[in-house]
Design a protein around this ligand. Structure first.
Ligand code: NAG
Ligand code: NAG
Ligand code: NAG
Ligand code: NAG
Ligand code: NAG
Ligand code: NAG
Length: 398
């Protein structure tokens, strides 16, 4: 009886062993209990799983996991291998979350051959359906102005109910939890953006944003965004644009990098050259802050303007700066796009000129009067009669 029972056990063991043995050898089950947890970081999710139950009594086996997840930003599958049983990945919460995980066995138990589970454990999670449909904000854009402060803006959805109020929250790895916008941009009574001036945001790390809101009809549909600020730089305008006439048909154009935090070697320039009557303008790109043009027809008026962006050596992408003030080769007086002198000194100059003219005419008048009266007065007395009159006239003018 005992022997029979023992034999059945052996048979069963053999069957299961045979089942788990392919023509090539051992097989392994995929992991179990795959879960994705959202800790409220707007897409930075924690994936975790357990080893397959059939592995629990396997000794001398090293287990590795092969994780695949659908990268919604790049629209492709990404993969990672690890021995740990949890992993954090950035997802776009407005799209489906798709995760797959395989088990891989290695070590003495498999004769040091890598064996991957034929199947995987999969998890597909639909985006949460909170908020009134079609009320999420549109055209969300962030600009890192001259690498000094970040400004994010959005457009309200036309279907947003009246009297709605938007909120922006952000999170990055250095923050324990999401933080409200430090300084909202308000236009025509609505919150239309956030100014992060004075807030230090880390570069080369994902910054996650959530723009949600409330309305008299209920919560608005949240929108989620993730970006790295070094890829959103908009440099300041170039200044001190100068054009010099060279020999023959040559023109030399020079300008200066904008002051601020953007390293000069990171900038790449676009120069637009237009000639009166000629269309369209020609454009050239350079990484220097000067450009020499040959075969320029100087009979025509040549006008230039420049703009810059970060080169591919410094950032994955960048925004163009605004164009500089245009400068033309035949109006050398107006070449420097310096700020206009303020109006106040001009008024002071005019007032001073008027006073000077009045003083001069009074002096001439007084001198004539003195000559006419032919009185012999000492110069001190003459000054004493002039001075109080001047002061009263000047005060009256001012
Ligand atoms: C999977 O989860 C269930 C319930 O949470 C638990 O009973 C089971 O032990 C887990 N499996 C493993 C392999 O950890
Ligand atoms: C693992 O081994 C323990 C005792 O060694 C046994 O009680 C248990 O049933 C085994 N589990 C599996 C899944 O084989
Ligand atoms: C596991 O490997 C060690 C040496 O690497 C060996 O001493 C031990 O007997 C092995 N155990 C089993 C259950 O195979
Ligand atoms: C693989 O796993 C999926 C679910 O994880 C299941 O639907 C499918 O039937 C499995 N395929 C095989 C061949 O076991
Ligand atoms: C954001 O802050 C910066 C720095 O204080 C300021 O120059 C800029 O005008 C602000 N932007 C808006 C839209 O208020
Ligand atoms: C917006 O999101 C923040 C952060 O997740 C949350 O605390 C807040 O309650 C949300 N507001 C609305 C109106 O849903």
């Amino acid at each position: 009886m005992v022997i029979k029972c023992w034999l059945t056990h052996l048979m069963l063991l053999l069957i299961t062993w045979k089942e788990s043995l392919n023509c090539s050898g051992l097989t392994v089950d995929p992991p179990e209990n795959l879960t994705v947890v959202d800790p409220g970081h707007f897409g930075h999710l924690e994936i975790s799983w357990s080893p397959p139950g059939s592995l629990i009594n396997m000794t001398n086996c090293s287990t590795v996991y092969h994780l695949e997840y659908f990268n919604t930003y790049k629209n492709s599958w990404n993969a990672a291998r690890m021995s740990i049983r949890s992993y954090s990945v950035q997802f776009d919460l407005m799209k489906d979350i798709k995760v797959r995980v395989f088990t891989i066995l290695d070590g003495p138990c498999t004769n040091n051959k890598m064996i991957k589970s034929t199947n995987y454990t999969e998890l597909i999670q639909k985006p949460p359906s909170t908020g009134i449909v079609d009320t999420e904000v549109q055209d969300f854009i962030c600009l890192f102005h001259n690498m000094e402060y970040l400004e994010c803006k959005w457009r309200r959805n036309p279907k947003t109910p009246a009297n709605s109020k938007h909120n922006l929250y952000f999170w990055h790895k250095k923050l324990a939890q999401a933080v409200d916008c430090p300084n909202y941009i308000v236009s025509s009574g609505d919150r239309s953006g956030c100014n992060f001036t004075g807030t230090s945001l880390p570069k080369f790390t994902d910054i996650n944003f959530c723009v949600n809101g409330s309305s008299p009809k209920g919560p608005l549909k949240p929108a989620f965004f993730s970006l790295q600020i070094q890829n959103h730089v908009k440099p300041a305008i170039a200044n001190k644009l100068r054009v010099q006439t060279g020999p023959d048909m040559e023109l030399r154009l020079q300008w200066e990098c904008p002051a601020g935090s953007v390293p000069g070697h990171c900038l790449e320039w676009e120069v637009e050259h237009s000639q009166k009557g000629k269309t369209p303008p020609t454009k050239s790109v350079t990484r220097q802050t000067s450009l020499t043009l040959t075969s320029v027809h100087k009979s025509e008026r040549n006008c230039f303007r420049v703009r810059s962006k970060l080169s591919k050596y410094c950032a994955d992408k960048s925004f163009w700066s605004d164009w500089s003030q245009p400068i033309c080769d035949q109006e050398k007086k107006e070449i420097a796009p310096e700020p206009q002198p303020s109006v106040v000194p001009v008024y002071i100059c005019i007032a001073a000129a008027i006073i000077a003219m009045l003083v001069l005419s009074l002096c001439v008048g007084a001198a004539l009067k003195v000559k006419k009266s032919r009185q012999e007065k000492r110069p001190n007395a003459l000054l004493a009669t002039l001075f109080p009159r001047n002061v009263t006239v000047a005060a009256g003018e001012a």
